[in-house]
Design a protein around this ligand. Sequence first.
Ligand code: TYD
Length: 247
Amino acid sequence: MTDVKKELLYTGKAKNVYKTENDDEVLIEFRDDITALDGGKKDTLNKKGAYNALISSKFFKILEDEGILTQFIKLINENEMIAKSLDMIPLEVICRNIATGSLLRKYPFHKNQHLQPPVLQFDYKNDVYHDPMLNDSIIIALEIATEEQLQQIRQITLKINKVLSEFLYERGLILVDFKVEFGFDKDGNIVLGDEISPDTTRLWDSETHKNFDKDIFRKGEEGVVDAYEVVVNLVLNDEEKQKWNID
Ligand code: TYD
């Protein structure tokens, strides 16, 4: 516990969000809980929260440096982040560079087909309706976002994809696909929120295509946290590793 934490605002599947003294900021706690299959598979894995917080903070800093607005302010603990408070848009924006997973089950893509331009997909973040896939007209009719806002979300997501794909490829990983969420800040800007971590991406070794992400857990295999630790070691620089006691 830190003294910054106040009232719990929201608890999700792997994170808690707390109020802080400043109404414009929240504290996001990354927990060690991991879930898959619409909450049907659950576990608690020591250090998972810290590794995701470290990886997500690093990605958000890189994206900020490239001019993308993000929620990230600072990490105050290995698993606690101070972030801009946002009015979240209930969309899961999925960006895919390689055809795998459900794309192969639902459509006639070849296994590992390169998707250029990347495939973008919008899911409605809604537990009652089990996150159905949306299209532009449904998003606009439900007043989730306007056509202009959707266009902006597409552009930002493609830029995130380019920046992170390059950063990861230089470190031996392929960004196969990922999910991002956005919100509005108090000035009405569209800002990247939530997290980008091995929980929300597929990361493959560029040579062997071995997974370094939550697919290990989805498949019921061992070594989830060890894989996340590999990612921490690949993305953090020496100074950051020293600061957070990463070997
Ligand atoms: P998903 O659509 O769940 O799997 P599949 O590709 O088998 O259809 O996942 C695609 C990517 O988006 C993957 O990197 C995980 C991420 N994702 C999340 O992190 N959370 C989600 O709720 C969804 C739908 C996807």
